[in-house]
Design a binder for this molecule. Structure first.
Ligand code: IMP
Ligand code: MG
Length: 180
């Protein structure tokens, strides 16, 4: 385990099994959708997206959108900014937003509202992690990996100040790393 972690929350095998199950569920639920587009929210969803795509056994396209709300902090600023828009036209397509973690829900709400205005045939949400205790805006999560307690986690794409994204598991960051 990385020395900056308090404990491992979700190990690699558990992650892989759950992501595989999400991919199977998405493939089954979209059999009648001619065009499926996954929209990953950069940068945190990159690793989840890469694994999820390969577990979806059907034709699928993907694109990415970049937003920021946190900076180098463990608390959301509450202000979401669009840093990079989609390249693909999603009108008439079955779109699934792929997010690493839902905390307050502000990021997802912003992206969901933005993409809804482009008239997709369907717009769903797939999130690997969910912190139910922290939700302050209502977003419906159609595919969810794990509900987790209200602790700051890193790894498998998730960062603290751009670090730890490459850890192949999810761990709870020791508070001594961010409290000075
Ligand atoms: P929200 O807008 O408050 O739902 O925050 C969502 C975004 O905050 C995610 O896309 C993450 O980038 C980041 N975030 C929230 N909680 C954590 C965490 O525990 N670890 C790392 N990043 C987090
Ligand atoms: Mg982040």
């Amino acid at each position: 385990m990385h020395p900056d972690l308090e404990r491992v929350l979700i190990d690699t095998a558990t992650l892989q099994n759950r992501v595989q199950a999400l991919g199977t569920a998405i493939a089954q639920a979209t059999v009648n959708a001619p065009e499926l587009v996954l929209v990953g929210i950069l940068k945190g969803s990159l690793i989840f997206m890469a694994d999820l795509m390969r577990s979806i056994n059907r034709e699928v396209c993907y694109d990415c959108i970049a937003v920021s709300s946190y900076g180098a902090s463990t608390e959301s600023s509450g202000v979401v900014r669009l840093n990079k828009d989609l390249d693909l036209d999603i009108a008439g397509k079955h779109v699934i937003i792929v997010e690493d973690i839902i905390d307050s829900g502000l990021t997802l709400k912003y992206v969901h509202d933005l993409l809804l205005r482009r008239n997709p045939a369907a717009l769903e949400i797939c999130a690997l992690l969910n912190k139910p205790e922290r939700r302050n805006v209502n977003v419906q999560v159609d595919y969810r990996g794990f509900d987790i307690p209200n602790e700051f986690v890193v790894g498998y794409g998730l960062d603290y100040a751009e670090r730890y994204r490459n850890l192949p598991y999810i761990g709870v960051l020791s508070p001594r790393v961010y409290t000075h």
